[in-house]
Write a protein that binds this ligand. Structure first.
Ligand code: RB5
Length: 147
């Protein structure tokens, strides 16, 4: 299972540490950048990861900006993306179980790195619950109605 990850400058340090953490755990990771602390625009990176989730190149995505808010808003503009801003173990687990999130967004300025590692591990180890499928279909229907 390949995981995509990206950040802007505000999430860069956390992203680097998450890449190391995931590789150590044995995941295949594709790092979409940014690759320096120079200022960049988070929508550019959200789009790269979101597009590759939708086309199946990666199984899911992890996005880090200052708060996670901008990344989640931008990723959710891509049809088929369910990006969840998560901030603890519970939201990380429920994002997968209830919302079938295919991307999680984390705040590099609002969470510690150890919290972020726990969030990522929890999300990746959780499973989609089929009883929520009808609600996911209703989300997709909203997309179809707003093309
Ligand atoms: C960058 O300064 C900051 O606005 C960005 O990382 C993010 O927090 C946006 O939601």
């Amino acid at each position: 299972m390949k995981i995509g990850i990206a950040s802007d400058h505000a999430g860069f340090d956390m992203k680097q540490q998450l890449v190391t953490h995931l590789v150590e755990k044995g995941y295949e990771v594709e790092d979409f950048g940014t690759h320096t602390i120079d200022r960049v625009d988070y929508p550019d990176y959200a789009k790269l990861v979101a597009n590759d989730v939708v086309n199946g190149h990666i199984a899911c995505g992890i996005l880090v900006c200052g708060t996670g808010i901008g990344m989640s808003i931008a990723a959710n503009k891509v049809k088929g993306i369910r990006a969840a801003l998560v901030y603890n173990e519970l939201t990380a687990r429920l994002a997968k179980e209830h919302n079938h999130a295919n991307i999680i967004a984390i705040g590099g300025r609002t969470q510690t790195v150890s919290e972020a590692k726990l969030i990522v591990d929890t999300y990746l180890n959780a499973h989609k619950e089929s009883r929520h499928e009808g609600r996911i279909e209703k989300i997709a229907k909203i997309e179809e109605e707003n093309l």
